[in-house]
Design a protein around this ligand. Structure first.
Ligand SMILES: [Zn+2]
Length: 265
């Protein structure tokens, strides 16, 4: 039976209670890491998991709260002698960024005993592993004009782009928002979703409540919590669930959700 492991649950500013964003799907002893905020490898170990069991890493985008744990994870896997190839799936520019990262953190491919691969996914990509499927959809988080202007100024070389994921596993559909511009970024992927995992770093709580009601979201998990709301989970839960009959939960670090038991539905 598959499980969701919630790692860090903060947005851009970690707090004493919440580490940077990350989660993993676990099935048959394999881990599929969804974003890698710091300290993903340490949080996996705290949850009793071995990071060497990571099958692949999927990055929604390259902001530090989603990818900052990657060099530490690679060093961890180097020193714990991972042997199997590891593939990092990320948006356009990922291959070059992983090369930069290897140089910047002095972890060239020659020093570790596994092959690090990259795949730059698009909306046309379908990842499949057993019955697990992941599809990728663009969000508006990095789509604004200011990012294109900064790209021209600083030469990021590829204009940054952010995605959300649709995960299908064991007959269950999970929508992971990634970072959004507005909740409407998700509207087209919501039909049939058994669990919607929505970020709360860029959204007004009243707007999120309205969206959840209008879209009749039956099962919502809020994570990527803005630091000002870190210790106001009950208030946030009350606002978003007000006038809404569906289930609303606020994620916390190291939360486990068993899929297929009704826990997700
Ligand atoms: Zn973020």
């Amino acid at each position: 039976m598959a499980e969701l492991l919630i790692l860090g649950t903060s947005a851009g500013v970690p707090t004493p209670n919440r580490h940077s964003f990350g989660m993993a799907v676990k099935q048959n002893g394999k881990l599929f890491l969804i974003d890698c905020g710091c300290p993903a490898s340490m949080l996996l170990k705290k949850m009793g998991e071995d990071p060497r069991n990571i099958e692949a890493v999927f990055l929604t985008h390259w902001h530090p709260d989603h990818a900052g744990g990657l060099p530490m994870l690679i060093q961890d896997l180097q020193l714990t002698q991972r042997r199997r190839d590891l593939t990092i799936y990320g948006p356009a520019g990922t291959t070059r960024k992983v090369e930069w990262l290897q140089n910047m953190f002095i972890i060239p491919p020659e020093v570790y005993p596994f092959v690090l691969k990259t795949v730059e996914y698009t909306e046309a990509t379908l990842y499949e592993h057993g019955d697990l499927r992941i599809q990728f959809f663009k969000t508006g988080h990095l789509a604004q004009d200011n990012w294109r202007k900064l790209d021209e100024k600083h030469g990021f070389q590829i204009t940054p782009v952010a995605y959300g994921f649709v995960i299908a596993i064991e007959g269950i559909k999970i929508v992971v928002s990634g970072d959004v511009l507005t909740s409407e970024d998700l509207t087209h992927v919501l039909p049939g979703a058994d669990l919607v995992i929505h970020e709360f770093g860029h959204i007004h709580p009243g707007k999120l409540a309205q969206f959840v009601r209008e879209q009749h979201i039956a099962n919502l998990l809020i994570t990527h919590i803005h630091h000002e709301w870190d210790e106001r989970a009950e208030e946030l839960q009350r606002i978003v669930s007000g006038g809404h009959s569906g289930k609303v939960r606020i994620a916390h670090d190291m939360m486990r959700i068993k899929l297929g038991t009704g826990d997700q539905g």
